[in-house]
Design a protein around this ligand. Sequence first.
Ligand code: NAD
Length: 498
Amino acid sequence: MAVTEPSEFDFSVTNLPLKLFINNEYVDSQSGQFLTVHNPKDATLVSDQVPLAGPADVEAAVLAAEKALPAWKKLSNSQRRDMLLKFAALIRRDAKLLTQLNRLTHGAPWAGFGGFEIDICADTFVYNAGWIDKFHGEAVPTDEGIMQITRNEPLGVTAAIIPWNAAIIMIGEKAAPALATGNCFILKPSEKTPFAALAVGNLIKEAGFPPGVFQILSGDGSTGALLSSHMRIRKISFTGSIPTGKKVQEAAAKSNLKRVHLELGGKSPAIVFDDCDLENALTWCVNGLVGNSGQICMATTRLYVQEGIFDKFSAAYKEKLEERANTMGDPEEEGMLLGPLVDKLQFDRVTGFIERGIQEKQGTLLTGGTKQGGSVGYFVTPTVFTNVEPGAEIYTNEIFGPVSILNSFKTEEEALEKANALEYGLMAGIFTNDITRALRMASDVESGLVGINCITLKMLNTPVGGAKQSGVGRENGRAALEAFTEPKTIMINMALKS
Ligand code: NAD
């Protein structure tokens, strides 16, 4: 069997990072509890020794962060910037190791999502490093004898809880703005993909971050709950599902009213008009569904196609997805672009939606509907249902796998109403050559991100986040730095003479 990227590393269990990273040291968990992870391509055991951080571990990390905070806040801009830049360079240097560690339990092929994350993560550190000496406050014209200055102050000890689907990208999205703005930061990776995060401990040290500034605690929901309810953590930046996001917000409210940033789920609509560039719309809609095997918060999973091109679109969509299905398989095999779903739980959830969709005739199956790989790996063929009833569960739920619904519409008003009908509002795409209509729709669609002739896309330098139940707050761009700081207003009485 040909292998796309021959592994230069020995990934036997002894080489896995199996310790917490606290105060710049790799340490055993004091909880004595461990997590188990499998390789989703064949369900083989990867490790049952991943440390689960418990109350004593969380407390140790918070104490170390509190100790580090005063000096870290006062560090010069250039010193902090250089550490972030060095960390970005180290991430790139160790790209293969980090990616391979992540792929062991994520399952994404190198040529697909697997090889895609490192650069985004490193770029995010570079981007935020560039802000450090530019993210300043304001001096307000003197009013009634009082001059005002605002400063962007770090929040203190902050933490992030992240999901498994983009475990490397999110190291950057969360840690970079937190550290750039002078916060100490604790990262809790998902219990399903802990290894890349645990492995960056050495890089944190090598980049020169002082002990306690940047720490990694692996764990599951119980660790997340400890962070969310901690009385001295001042902010949680959370990415994950809507139900868990609500628990985090509740725990924050019941503890110390810590700031909560929520990046949650989606069911992103593509609205495809008769006058669009069909080939372009198809490319974005196909990529937007199958990328990372559908495990993307802003995946293109609701398609509304105007009546005039519906038949043509659906035939071509089916054909292209079936071509892509041929690139689903063993992530180590050459030519594979699509891997398995992350684990059995996710596999059962996604296939459950598909089976009920077929059995209950929630729509007409256009393509897919099968499990690939039988009981061995967690592969699911890209699946599309057409003419789906708006109340059906496959219509209203985020499935988080390669499953979409494809319905038709007549008018712009109808398309907008359908797009806005759900509680999600993360991403929407408008495909049309009529720029006036595109801009009108873009302003009326209830979504944090809107693509015109593109979809399932976010950029480093503009805010990313959800409307409605898809989230609270924004990351990326300047918004990410704002989310990790609070303005402090200083008032100077200009009338006072000595
Ligand atoms: P999840 O909500 O199950 O878990 C996310 C994280 O929360 C994990 O680290 C988990 O250990 C932790 N957690 C679980 N219970 C907790 C609790 N009670 N308190 C605190 N933390 C807890 O989500 P998932 O299945 O890992 O990820 C998939 C979800 O993430 C999807 O809904 C997807 O849309 C969403 N997501 C959103 C974005 C975005 O930017 N909006 C990006 C990626 C993924």
